[in-house]
Design a binder for this molecule. Structure first.
Ligand SMILES: *Cc1c(COP(=O)(O)O)cnc(C)c1O
Length: 393
């Protein structure tokens, strides 16, 4: 039973969806159980046939810990219904399988996560689904790229790694006029900073592995939206066996209670770090939506509460010297992923965009000296000092 349904974002982080069990646990306990019992067949049928909400079988998502998590996330993202998955990729797969059946076509705008490209390019064609990829600069071609069988537009904003910002409200209108769904991967922003559903998106996807989890110790994904658009995805999650494990849901519930304070601090730190980098003589270019001269700044100001914890920048150096700079960092760990309490650094050419032909990397503006950082919860001064000492080397 949720105690508090309303309130501000931080209040809902703590209270939305939480339940007390018969022991009076102060928030949702972990129910690792795979199955749940009933006093009678009639009571079981009430749940099976949807007359009553309840617990039944964990793979179906009918588990108290999972339902509590899904309720909290729906509240935070401003949706009616959430489905929790074993990973962000599982959430994407189930969503595409639901809304892009065999013979249909997907539009993908801007840079997206490497795993998403792999899914759209290498897996979905086997299921008879084609995707057209458009660069952010090709946004105006959306209408002409839309076909009779196009079902949805998929995008991230801000994007990885160049932090490109798309106008969600404007694109939602375009999608409505084309009669296709707008699916937004909100992983980089987190619901604290950006609420795509309120701007007209049909569905929001997260890799919960990043900001929602926030501690680099869990893997998960979610889809959030209105009931009628999320419910059809439920059958895919169930039949494909993609549900999030209850112990992961329990950990994620704990993470979400601190989402607002974590992301607020990351916003503040990242802005200070981005300003430092943008003034540094050894940095060619800093990509951060919070910088007033960044191309996406005006749209970001309109649709984001804060500008997030992700920054990328180009060092005025060769590939080898950039690697030396990255290796000289002490507070930042060299690792892919993002959104955790610890600051991380990667060079896209060595991780997310490894193996992409040079020509394609150039087209996408990913140079050999591009560095991406995820700002954690360390003292801002320590992060800046670390970057400064490594840049001097
Ligand atoms: C990590 C990531 C994903 C994939 O999520 P997993 O939890 O690793 O499956 C999808 N989109 C974005 C933007 C990501 O950063």
């Amino acid at each position: 039973m949720p105690k508090i349904e309303q309130g501000g974002f931080s209040t809902r982080c703590v209270h939305a969806g939480e339940m007390m069990d018969a022991q009076g646990a102060i928030h949702t306990p972990l129910y690792n159980h795979s199955t749940f019992g009933f006093p009678s067949t009639a009571a079981l049928l009430d749940v099976v046939e949807g007359r009553k909400s309840g617990n039944l079988y964990t793979r179906y998502g009918l588990n108290p810990t999972l339902r509590s998590l899904e309720e909290k996330l729906a509240s935070l993202e401003g949706g009616e219904r959430t489905l929790a998955f074993s990973s962000g990729m599982a959430a994407e797969t189930a969503t595409f399988m639901t809304y892009a059946p065999a013979g249909s076509h997907i539009l993908c705008l801007g840079d997206v996560y490497g795993g998403t490209i792999e899914l759209l390019e290498k897996i979905l064609p086997d299921a008879g689904v084609e995707t057209t990829f458009l660069l952010g600069s090709e946004q105006e071609q959306l209408k002409s790229a839309c076909r009779e069988n196009t079902r949805l537009l998929f995008l991230e904003t801000p994007t990885n790694p160049n932090m490109e910002v798309f106008d969600i409200a404007k694109l939602a209108q375009v999608c409505r006029s084309l009669n296709i769904l707008l699916v937004v991967d909100n992983t980089f922003a987190s619901p604290y900073n950006q609420l795509p559903l309120s701007l007209g998106a049909d569905l929001v996807i997260h890799s919960a592995t990043k900001y929602l989890g926030g501690h680099s110790d869990l893997t998960g994904g979610v889809v959030i939206g209105p009931k009628d658009k999320v419910e059809p995805i439920w059958l895919r999650r169930k039949a494909l066996g993609q549900v999030m494990a209850p112990d992961v849901a329990f950990l994620l519930l704990r993470s979400l209670r601190t989402l607002a304070v974590r992301v607020e601090k990351q916003n503040q730190s990242a802005l200070a770090v981005a300003q430092f980098l943008s003034r540094h003589p050894r940095i060619r270019k800093t990509n951060y939506p919070g910088l007033s001269d960044f191309p996406g700044h005006e749209i970001a100001k309109k649709q984001m509460r804060g500008f997030g914890g992700m920054i990328s920048f180009e060092v005025k150096a060769s590939k080898e010297a950039t690697i030396a700079f990255v290796d000289a960092l002490k507070v930042f760990s060299i690792a892919p992923s993002l959104g955790g309490v610890e600051s991380l650094v990667t060079m896209p050419i060595t991780t997310t965009h490894y193996g992409l032909p040079a020509e394609e990397r150039n087209r996408r503006g990913i140079s050999d000296s591009l560095v991406r950082i995820s700002i954690g919860l360390e003292d801002t001064g320590d992060l800046i000092a670390d970057l400064e000492q490594a840049l001097e080397k």
